[in-house]
Structures are given as structure tokens and as C-alpha cells.
Design a protein around this ligand. Structure first.
Ligand code: 13P
Ligand code: SF4
Length: 358
């Protein structure tokens, strides 16, 4: 699927006027000055292995301005593991995989949530925080999985498989979540499926995540034909070439990869589980079979591991940049709006997952 085909439907984009209760603020100065250098030096320490010194004077004024404006706006920044290192390390308050971000969205006291990730993640934060203002710096940040299935598709599947529970990946729209019994993420998928106590479960819409779950459980999995446009591009052949070049290399894959790719991996897990694997086991050299920025972010936390990065970028995650985050806080846009009736159904599915004791 082309990146453009995966942008969110226009009906789900917010109108641009800022919420009325927020006063406009002036755009801060973005000059590189000794004051900016001093105020951001401790943050540059975190990213110096992945951002060359010559690039820091471009990022640092944004980093300082965003961190100051967060206080003015009483805002928290939630950033997914695929965000670029300057976002992940220098302006985010909470980082993590989809599940961690969904859980943290229920725990924040901030009045404003700025979601640095893709649209379904911001929508999930809004569903869990109907009274807060949720902003996404670029509402065109979609996801090929979220656009692969509609609420009507789920209703048709229920008619075809009566009585079979439906678990949908968080990478779906609010309308699709509202049709489900529960949500799941790559970090909790097997536990969620088994918690339903059914011999059969529909796992929608990622065919590859569903196939991987089926290898981890006795529950019969009924799936859909969705795929992540980033992870489906990896091939088993390229992983065999990495292994042939260095037989001791450790290959870590995300479960959105096709089964023949996963078969070549030493470990398969969510972005958070991949991060934990590297931090705890300290492998000498790893191949990260997931989105590019993930390796940059793990590298900063695992200086003793050598990283091989077969680089597949998520074009939607990369729509989020420091200039757009700053614009977002200055103008309080783009606000994420979910129809209250849809949000109520979707909240039931997301909360069923968040509150599961697993
Ligand atoms: P995680 O839940 O592992 O963070 O994955 C989300 C995602 O979009 C992966 O492509
Ligand atoms: Fe969606 Fe794939 Fe991008 Fe994750 S990496 S947001 S699943 S398109």
C-alpha cells in the first residue's frame, strides 16, 4: 500500500481553530545562542551518538522552546518508540510502545496531551481522556493497518463467525475499536487472546501479527488481510545474509513482520520488549527488524551493543517533527476529536485491555 493510501480519512481530521479556552502565545525565538546551548547541553549528551554536533544548533532552539511551552500549556508529550531521537530523548515526557502509551494516557494530570506518534495513538489517548485536549502535530500521520479495515468489515466478520470474540489491534480507528470486545497490542497480544477463554478468537486486522499469535497459543485465530507497510517489506533472504556475514549476530523482529522473516529471528516482540531484550541481555551485535528510529533510540541506551539497521522508515511516524510539535503548542492544534458515541464503544474495548491483570 502506498504511504498516501494510509493517511487518515479526512472526516477524522480536526478543524484547525484552537480550543477557545487557550490563549494564543507568540512564536518563541529560534536563534542558536549561548543561552540555548547552555540550557540544552544536558539533553545533547543523550543524543550525541546519533545527532552530529553540526546538526544540534538546528534542533536545540526548538527543544528549549518546546520544553518551556509545555509548562505554560500544562502539557505532556507522549512519544512512541519510532519517533526520531531528538523527540524521543529531548522533549518527550513518556516514551514507549503502543501499550505503554495507552496506559500512561490514563495516568496523566496534564490538561493537554501532545501525541508524538500516529493518529490512532492520539485517538486512543482522547478516548481514554475525553475531558482533556489531545493534540497531534500532524493529523495526516496515519497507519496502513488502521486503514485496512472498517467498522462494517468487523460487523460482517461477526455475522460470518457468530459468537467468536473479536480482539482488535490498537492500530485501528475508534470506529473499529467500538465494534470489538477488546483491544490488544503486540506487547500483550497472546495474554489478551487467552484471557477471552474461547477456543477461537478473531484477531484483526494484521494478518502477520495474527499468524505470530497463532504460533504462541492453542487458541484458533481467525484473521484479516491487513499489513504494516513498513514491516512487510523485510525479507527472510536479507536476514539470512546478515546471519551469513556474522553467525553470532542476534536478530530481533517485530511481530508485524511476515512469518518467514520471524522464523529467521532469535526473538520476536513489541518495540518495548525489543528494547528490554537489548538492555537486559546486552547482545554483542543485533539486527533490528523494525522501524529505523527504534535502533537510534535503543543505541542511546545500549552503548556496548553494535547495531545493524536494515532501515525501513514509517513515513507516517516521520511526519512528526520538532517544528510541528512547537507549532502545535503555540497554536494548540491539531485537536483530536472523536464522536462521543463512537468514543464510548471504543473506550470499552481499550479499557478492557488496559484493566486486564496480565
Ligand atoms: P508497538 O506496539 O510494538 O509499539 O508497535 C506499534 C506499531 O505501530 C508498530 O509498527
Ligand atoms: Fe502503522 Fe506500520 Fe507505521 Fe506502525 S510502522 S504506524 S504499523 S504503518
Amino acid at each position: 500500500m502506498s504511504p498516501l493510501a494510509a493517511t487518515v480519512p479526512s472526516t477524522r481530521r480536526s478543524a484547525t481553530p484552537p480550543p477557545r479556552r487557550f490563549q494564543p502565545v507568540a512564536m518563541p525565538s529560534l536563534d542558536w545562542t549561548p543561552e540555548v546551548e547552555a540550557a540544552t547541553a544536558h539533553l545533547y549528551e543523550r543524543v550525541k551518538t546519533v545527532i552530529p554536533p553540526v546538526e544540534w544548533p538546528f534542533f536545540a532552539p526548538y527543544v528549549k522552546a518546546i520544553n518551556e511551552l509545555k509548562v505554560v500549556r500544562n502539557a505532556v508529550i507522549l512519544a512512541h518508540n519510532y519517533q526520531t531521537p531528538e523527540i524521543y530523548n529531548c522533549v518527550a515526557d513518556v516514551v514507549g510502545d503502543s501499550f505503554a502509551l495507552a496506559r500512561q494516557a490514563t495516568r496523566t494530570d496534564a490538561e493537554v496531551i501532545v501525541q508524538c506518534g500516529v493518529h490512532f495513538m492520539a485517538e486512543t489517548s482522547k478516548i481514554l481522556n475525553p475531558d482533556k485536549t489531545v493534540l497531534i502535530p500532524d493529523s495526516r500521520a496515519g497507519c496502513s493497518l488502521a486503514t485496512s479495515i472498517t467498522a462494517e468489515d468487523v460487523r460482517a466478520l461477526r455475522r460470518r463467525h457468530p459468537g467468536v470474540p473479536v480482539a482488535v489491534y490498537v492500530n485501528t480507528t475508534a470506529e473499529v475499536k467500538a465494534e470489538a470486545d477488546i483491544c490488544l497490542t503486540s506487547g500483550n497480544a497472546v495474554a489478551v487472546v487467552e484471557s477471552l477463554g474461547s477456543p477461537e478468537v478473531m484477531v484483526l486486522p494484521d494478518q502477520y501479527l495474527a499468524a505470530w499469535i497463532a504460533t504462541q497459543t492453542k487458541v484458533r485465530i481467525i484473521s484479516w488481510h491487513g499489513a504494516c507497510e513498513v514491516h512487510e517489506r523485510f525479507t527472510a533472504e536479507e536476514l539470512r545474509a546478515y546471519r551469513a556475514a556474522d553467525p553470532d549476530v542476534t536478530i530481533l523482529a517485530h511481530p508485524e513482520c511476515p512469518p518467514d522473516v520471524i522464523a529467521e529471528a532469535d526473538f520476536t516482540g513489541s518495540t518495548a520488549k525489543i528494547l528490554d531484550y537489548v538492555k537486559l541481555r546486552k547482545p554483542r551485535k543485533v539486527v533490528m527488524v523494525t522501524e529505523c528510529s527504534m535502533a537510534d533510540n535503543v543505541m542511546a541506551e545500549a552503548p556496548d551493543t553494535e547495531f545493524v539497521k536494515p532501515c525501513n522508515l514509517c513515513p507516517h511516524m516521520k511526519r512528526i517533527t520538532l517544528p510541528k510539535i512547537l507549532e502545535s503548542l503555540v497554536h494548540m492544534r491539531e485537536e483530536v476529536v472523536v464522536d462521543p458515541a463512537v468514543a464510548e464503544g471504543a473506550r470499552r474495548s481499550v479499557e478492557a485491555m488496559v484493566h486486564l491483570k496480565i
